[in-house]
Write a protein that binds this ligand. Sequence first.
Ligand code: BTN
Length: 253
Amino acid sequence: MAFVVSKIQNKADIIYLPETTSTNDVAAKLGKESAPHLTTVIADKQTAGRGRLGRLWYTFPECALAFSIIIRQETTILPLLVSVAIHKALAAFTPTGSLAIKWPNDIIAGTKKVAGVLIESYIANPQNTKRFYIVGIGINVNQPSEPLPPEINATTLETIASKKLEREAILQEILIELDKNLDHCLQKGDGAVLDYYQAHCMTLGCNVTWLDGEKPIVGKAISLTEEGNLLLETDQGLVTCSTGDIIPQQEVY
Ligand code: BTN
């Protein structure tokens, strides 16, 4: 089924592909060829979808959303801003309070993942080193015919909303929110986006384990830095997490 949405607010194109390796790769190629800010690539099937930290990302055809957006605006809080845009957009399709943000940019229901974000940064070529970003978003929208593999600890929006949802409507809402929040940060600063993030981030205030280097670090997530990193209070003092995985202590894997 082809997506009929083909423009984001008349600002940039939405390019639909029935199948591709990874929409991030296609968007990065277009970005290097000067495609404008907010150009979006969406695919119904990815044969080499990837997630954060070198993981694979599987897209259930016809059921999930997999898309990537070219961002040509500098903001230190892009990962947080993207989660805010997704969380706000999905709130229109799900019961109030059913979704939360898990640092840095997962959208979860309870302890199960609904959406993930992979942000990559590129330059066009050695002569044109102005940086642009590819924001890749994967969302489990409707329930596939086979059950989701339990090891991915995920759920779908259909399960949360107790009804099938229109993928195009969700795509459009997210693109509108992303555009709105980027504009807001440009005009008025990051304050409102950071406030929204903090109000909906389930990681803040939790005892967590940070998995990044060789040894897990245990601490309490107390706040965010200006760059959107997570600050942990540990027995060894304050520790700043900039990447890696954060596991809330009550979660059992
Ligand atoms: C994560 O949670 O690890 C991030 C998952 C990001 C998946 C999306 S699907 C669209 C885009 N293309 C990819 O190959 N990855 C992102």
